[in-house]
Design a protein around this ligand. Structure first.
Ligand SMILES: [Zn+2]
Length: 68
């Protein structure tokens, strides 16, 4: 079962909060489909992938839609 997991990305601008980027993981793997380690990131059901408003990883999106 796939799920979404967040990776917190440091902001380039110190006056802005760190960003969040969503990745796709299989089961409880620590590494996303794109190869990024997202261990410990917050999770959401994969069904939210289409509607989430935060930035999404393009590689994970491609890999996920190829699977679906
Ligand atoms: Zn990714």
């Amino acid at each position: 079962m796939d799920k979404m997991r967040a990776r917190h990305t440091p902001s380039a601008d110190p006056h802005k909060p760190a960003g969040v980027e969503w990745h796709v993981v299989h089961d409880d793997k620590a590494v996303a489909l794109c190869g990024v380690n997202v261990e410990g990131g917050s999770e959401r059901p994969i069904a939210d992938w289409a509607t989430v408003t935060d930035p999404r990883c393009r590689h994970c999106g491609d890999a996920y839609s190829n699977e679906a």
